[in-house]
Design a protein around this ligand. Structure first.
Ligand SMILES: CC(C)(COP(=O)(O)OP(=O)(O)OC[C@H]1O[C@@H](n2cnc3c(N)ncnc32)[C@H](O)[C@@H]1OP(=O)(O)O)[C@@H](O)C(=O)NCCC(=O)NCCS
Length: 159
């Protein structure tokens, strides 16, 4: 199975919004939400293509500190794979690509929020993310989020 990653473009948006709806229901992003994300220079969205067809996406936001006092920080905004294509390593590929991009950008830490019960938690833990706090009722009443952080070595002083 050959999967290639490509920047998300406007022609992926309706597909991405439909997958988001399947994955996240009421909290999903609309097509307009995706378009607005893609227009922001701080964003980095990638689509996984299998035989040329989109099967997953990951979205990253990278925040620079304009005072220059701190390394950039990143939020993993979203990650999803088409249900029939799950379990074949596509989510891992997208996540590892996002982590590599953060290392290249000398990001100090990657943050994300995930539903407390989501299977995706395991994927993040395997890649070194650690839970740092819970946000109760974050998604909806009774649907809590856990905030996870992956510190990257780039923020360690090298001198
Ligand atoms: C999370 C998600 C992107 C993973 O995509 P994927 O292509 O299936 O991921 P992979 O095949 O690379 O699997 C990676 C690991 O994730 C974990 N994992 C992924 N889906 C899982 C599931 N349904 N149940 C249990 N573990 C799961 C496993 O640890 C797996 O590692 P393993 O195969 O060595 O056991 C996909 O399940 C998804 O789209 N979920 C719905 C959206 C979502 O919750 N996104 C995260 C929002 S923060």
């Amino acid at each position: 199975m050959t999967v290639e990653l490509t920047p998300m473009r406007w022609w992926h948006v309706s597909w991405a919004a439909e997958l988001d709806r399947q994955c996240f229901g009421a909290t999903a992003w609309t097509p307009a939400g995706f378009v607005s994300e893609l227009a922001r220079p701080s964003r980095r969205y990638r689509v996984a293509l299998l035989a040329g067809e989109p099967v997953g996406y990951a979205g990253l936001a990278v925040w620079t500190d304009d005072t220059g006092g701190s390394p950039p920080e990143a939020d993993l905004q979203t990650l999803a794979v088409d249900p029939p294509q799950r379990g074949h390593g596509i989510g891992t590929l997208l996540l590892e690509d996002a982590i590599a991009a953060c290392r290249d950008a000398a990001v100090g830490a990657i943050h994300l929020e995930v539903r407390t019960e989501a299977p995706a938690r395991r994927l993040y833990e395997v890649h070194g993310f650690r839970p740092v706090r819970q946000r109760r009722n974050y998604y909806a009443p009774g649907e809590h989020a856990v905030v996870m952080v992956l510190p990257l070595s780039a923020h360690v002083a090298t001198s």
